[in-house]
Design a protein around this ligand. Sequence first.
Ligand SMILES: Cc1ncc(COP(=O)(O)O)c(C=O)c1O
Length: 473
Amino acid sequence: MFDKSGTERYPLIKALEQQLEQVSFRFHVPAHLADRGPHPASDFDLTELSGLDNLFEPAGVIAESQRLAAEFFGADETYYLVNGSSAGLIAAIWSSCRRGEKVILGRNIHRSAIAGLIWSGAVPCFIPVKEHIRGIPLNIDVPTAEAVLSGKGVSSTAMVVTNPSYFGISTDLDALRTITARRGITLIVDEAHGGHFIFSPEFPRSAAVCGADLWINSAHKTLGALTPGALLHRKGGRANPARLKNGLSMVQTSSPSYAVLASLEMICREQEDGWREAIRLSRYARQQINSRGRFVCLEASMLPTGFFMDPLRLTIKADKVALSGFQLAKILKDECRIEVELAGHNNLVAIIHPGHRKDDIDALILALKQIGERYYSPGGTEYAHESYPLPDMALSPRDAAESSWRELPIRDACGLISAVTVSPFPPGIPVLIPGEVIAKEIVEQIIADYSRGYNFLGLGADPSLPIMVVDTD
Ligand SMILES: Cc1ncc(COP(=O)(O)O)c(C=O)c1O
């Protein structure tokens, strides 16, 4: 159970508890009346009642709770997000860029950043993710980012960096901070998967420490908050708080879940022992998995200079085993009752959290040992590289989104302009965004990846993979 000693640190939870104590007869939404619904977790599911403040204009317990969160995370301001990091990214991009301005983004951005581009009307310049290790993408590197920033005609207002990547790989954020600060560019860090980086020096350096202007944590992913609770932090004078607040009020619901808000308040506390134990268990898991020579679990020592790894993310690749990541994940689920975070053609990702026990880790190690013996293949299996070429851009995402569209099977779309974001899921990294030209190689790669088992967001469910294109007729 959550230890609430020091209740002054939990103003929102205290107010919610008072609400439950003080009221016996409810004549307001939500319909489950707090504790009479079928949901086990409905107690704190209240609304903007007296004493519970307002998320869009906080002046009471939410304001105080967010102030304490900002203090905890080293920000000037923290905004609670009840629509995930997606809402934070959209508002961060919209508040930092105007129509027609250039924004630099790593190509491994989440699809919600594209919504930020469409909404703001900003024009993207992408930094390709060139570096791969054993077929697994790393992250953007600093020299390439600097080259894009210095490119002819690229005078940008913001840079968006996904750090860490879904695979737990961080780039050199300090170096990126230096080059963006030199040019007066707002640095927005999508730290959706790295909210825990502030908790231990064994994690890669956090956006907070590196001096980002805005950064976003999916607290529901790695910090134990309820889904889709997330945090947007602002520090320094570059990002505009008024625009940010206004942006958030446009992309978030006006009926925030107080259960989610309370869970965000709860995660703002030291949990050193939990993180230390999780790191210890992940070290043990890596050592055990790698010692058997059937699978490779990425280690920090395998990475090129300038990249860092979240120890809690186990990115596992078959080495001397004839299985794809999809096949491995299916066997783990069907035969060993083990569910992992993500499976790709040539890898899978399992995440270790502070709540894990050694038994859990041993179950994973044993399952991989047994599967490794059963599917042993001395030559291993070479799997295709899963990267896509960077498409040419014919229209800004906003112009493409606003144009007329028509639908046709992807194989007939070569040379046309995409009207939508297409991304294999998970992890949801776009291979096409609105305004980009659908090159033949991209079509071929999408068809190949679909046949390997990837699902695609942005394409119809029909096997012909229908795509919306800009209707230029
Ligand atoms: C890198 C990255 N950024 C942002 C998001 C969006 O996060 P949320 O689900 O909290 O909206 C995700 C979701 O998976 C993600 O992987």
